[in-house]
Design a protein around this ligand. Structure first.
Ligand SMILES: [Zn+2]
Length: 481
């Protein structure tokens, strides 16, 4: 029994439901790829399945549209496959259990994959139609977008003929995205020092309850970074004792502002009381600084029994290093008001192979600023005798002052909705950056229907917004003006 079969457009929701029955988390794409290939064969559509895992479809123009410039429709086939803790669902094998709740579609206890299954569904609906007017089409369905845009990165652009690209991977109806940041992950490593001397006490400092948030969308909001705050606290403690950091952990992902950090110190017994006192004083000061943005800020210092030996780094070196590392907004855009141009987020700290390891997400819409910031991190780490590793470099998409596709899409939107769409650039990555990097003459706009809480079991897709967005997309394709 189909759950969505009462919804119109029938094909869009029909394909979407079929996709939800095929497990398709990133790196688990054989099933969805087979489905997409079977679709092409069944509907007699020319396609390429490339080595990066992408599927590219080609469809000739609708009669009367042969002379129009071709359009590329683009989305990604993978989803962030997550489920509620304790639900026992195996996202590698289980079909999603979808439901309709008013205007929303969700999946019981799991993410839905509206991001970006609805783009795939819309594209398949258009490809399999014979009554939708459109120029010649190329449809690019990329692989593994959510894990670092590997499909887009590996795409051979010589397979792509057209230069007007509509990316369908946005989540706000009425907002056109026309620029995005590039970025990289930068790891910094510091070697461990000498082993602890005897007669030491072990103390544990924990910071927790900070607000955190996505480092692309929220880096400019002034929220506390738990690892940087720990650097301030350790600096104060280093003024009263020659302690050593013997373990450190904080943050969950390079692209999330860390909401917690825990450090274990090995302290000469005679200094323990003064270290506890200085940590309390500095924690209170930090809590006050962030009282508006981080009302849940909690800090505590407690003695602990076991002496950790994961690491042995002098507290002054560790705190000087953490304080020296830049973090947050580096530059705002001069072209677009309120847009962060360049930033970095110290998202993870831990001990790896006996070394202190700090991991950053660096972002910029300007490639040279991204590279400069990576160099700054290397230079600082080098001054402390450490080393770096740079991975996951992806290109940005600089706002194009002239864009015929954007002009056309704004005009069609205004005619259909009766108001202006918002045209924005974002401080996060989109696959468009890779396409522009390979073919700078590509003219692109990113749109999509309303979704909530993507990448989580609370993900919801709006039915009415999907209907309007599809309708709008068909009007753009049919527009000859
Ligand atoms: Zn997406």
């Amino acid at each position: 029994m189909a759950v969505l079969d009462s919804l119109r457009p029938e094909k869009v929701f029909g394909y979407f439901e079929e996709i939800t029955r095929i497990p398709h988390g990133s790196y688990n794409l054989d099933g969805i790829r087979d489905y997409l290939i079977a679709f092409a064969k069944k509907n007699d559509i020319d396609f390429t399945a490339d080595e990066a895992g992408n599927i590219i479809y080609r469809k000739p123009a609708y009669p009367g549209y042969e002379d129009m410039p071709g359009i590329i429709l683009q989305g990604h086939m993978d989803m962030v496959a997550v489920c509620d803790e304790g639900s026992g669902i195996d996202m590698k094998t289980a079909p999603l259990d979808i439901f309709i709740d008013g205007d929303l579609i969700g999946a019981h206890h799991t993410s839905l994959g509206g991001d970006d299954g609805i783009a795939v569904a819309m594209a398949l609906a258009i490809l399999s139609s014979d009554d939708i007017p459109h120029p010649p089409l190329e449809v690019i369905i990329t692989a593994n977008e959510e894990t670092g845009m590997e499909g887009a990165s590996g795409l051979d652009i010589s397979n792509i003929k057209y230069r007007s690209l509509i990316n369908l991977d946005s989540e706000d109806e009425g907002i056109f995205t026309v620029g995005c940041a590039g970025g990289a992950r930068v790891s910094c490593f510091l070697e461990s020092g000498a082993s602890p001397s005897p007669d030491q006490k072990s103390l544990q400092i924990s910071i927790s309850g900070l607000t955190g948030g996505h480092s692309g969308q929220m880096i400019h909001l002034g929220r506390a970074n738990a690892i940087k705050v720990m650097g301030e606290i350790l600096k104060k403690a280093s003024e009263v004792s020659d302690a050593a950091v013997t373990d450190i952990k904080g943050g969950n992902a390079d692209n999330a502002i860390p909401s917690w950090c825990t450090v274990t110190l090995s302290v000469p017994a005679k200094d323990a009381d003064s270290v506890i006192e200085s940590v309390r004083l500095e924690s209170d000061k930090q809590r006050k600084i962030y009282s508006e943005t981080d009302p849940g800020f909690t800090a505590e210092i407690i003695p602990c029994d076991e002496i950790s030996e994961a690491l042995h780094l002098s507290i002054s070196k560790a705190s000087d290093f953490l304080k020296a590392l830049p973090n947050g907004v580096i530059a705002m855009s001069k072209d677009i008001e309120g847009l962060v141009q360049t930033s970095l987020n110290l998202g993870i700290i831990d001990v790896k192979g006996g070394k202190l390891h700090a991991e950053f997400s660096v972002r910029s819409s300007i490639a040279s600023e991204r590279d400069e910031l990576i160099d700054t991190l290397k230079k600082i780490t080098g001054e402390f005798g450490g080393t770096n590793k740079v991975t996951g470099v992806y290109p940005g998409w600089k706002y194009a002052p002239e864009s015929p596709l954007r002009d056309k899409m704004v005009r069609v939107f205004r005619d259909m909705y009766g108001y202006e769409p918002k045209v924005e650039a974002i401080h996060a990555g989109l696959e468009c950056g890779f396409f522009m990097d390979k073919a700078p003459d590509i003219d692109a706009v990113s749109i999509g229907p309303d979704m909530q809480d993507i990448h989580s079991p609370l993900e919801r897709l709006s039915i009415s917004s999907t209907q309007r967005t599809y309708d709008y997309l068909l009007k753009v394709l049919a527009d000859k003006g």
